[in-house]
Ligand binder design. Structure first.
Ligand SMILES: C[S@@+](CC[C@H](N)C(=O)[O-])C[C@H]1O[C@@H](n2cnc3c(N)ncnc32)[C@H](O)[C@@H]1O
Length: 221
């Protein structure tokens, strides 16, 4: 009888477990793609959403997530009652869909939609403003040394209508992140909700600068 190595067919599935909204969430990661890993900013944003439901109630709200990666933020927002459109690059969507389905099926009022959104590409055609109004844009760790920062800025700008709020968790690594925030401030009013120096993460709320100016004017009148 010859000896041979046969890889086991019964392998343990590797996943990370979390509890949000009283539900156990299992997230499958893969190490071959940025978007198939869960980044700490996503956990910070989920913690914020779960613990600030009185102020930021996602129930029945239209939400879009940019660069959703493994999908934790999409899952938690869906568990909190939002109608979520979860977006990322095409290569990431398989793992994202798997995690979203695995964790939301039979648990959420609205089935989340997982779909491609490449920053700056065909955004107006795929998400016409007249039919796609979002109450919240969620984003975790989407700003780092990639070459699509202008396209990302334009995507925020396009999707953010007058009544849209952006909740954006940001990990600071390089100067380029600071300059993105400075440029972001020129288009949006930016409020810092969390500053976590030990993680180099900040959480921001943002909304259109023109809308903020109008609200200030009305409040002063
Ligand atoms: C650092 S990961 C963060 C993933 C997830 N939000 C998290 O915090 O765990 C950045 C995400 O942005 C996505 N991304 C990068 N460039 C993109 C682009 N040009 N258009 C759309 N998504 C992009 C990646 O696929 C990835 O999912």
């Amino acid at each position: 009888m010859s000896r041979a190595f046969h890889p086991s067919l019964i392998g343990p599935e590797s996943w990370e477990g979390y509890v949000f909204s009283d539900q156990e969430i299992r997230i499958k990661e893969s190490t071959d793609l940025y978007g198939a890993m869960l980044w700490p900013s996503a956990m910070v944003l989920c913690h914020f959403l779960e613990t600030n439901q009185d102020k930021y109630n996602l129930a029945d709200k239209n939400v879009i997530e940019l660069g959703a990666g493994t999908g934790l933020v999409t899952v938690v927002s869906s568990l909190l009652g939002a109608k979520v459109t979860s977006t990322d690059l095409p290569d990431v969507l398989g793992n994202l869909q798997y995690n979203v389905t695995r964790n939301t099926k039979g648990r959420c009022k609205y089935i989340p939609l997982v779909t491609e959104l490449i920053w700056g590409q065909d955004v107006a055609e795929r998400f016409p403003r007249a039919t796609h109004r979002f109450d919240y844009i969620l984003a975790a760790d989407v700003v780092y040394g990639h070459p699509y920062l202008d396209e990302l800025m334009d995507t925020f700008d396009y999707l953010c209508q007058d009544d849209t709020q952006i909740l954006w968790a940001m990990r600071f690594r390089l100067d380029l992140e600071n300059s993105f925030v400075d440029r972001f401030r020129q288009r949006f009013h930016l409020e810092e909700l969390y500053d976590l120096p030990s993680l180099s993460i900040k959480l921001y709320r943002a909304w259109r600068r023109d809308k903020w100016t109008k609200d200030q004017r009305e409040a002063a009148a």
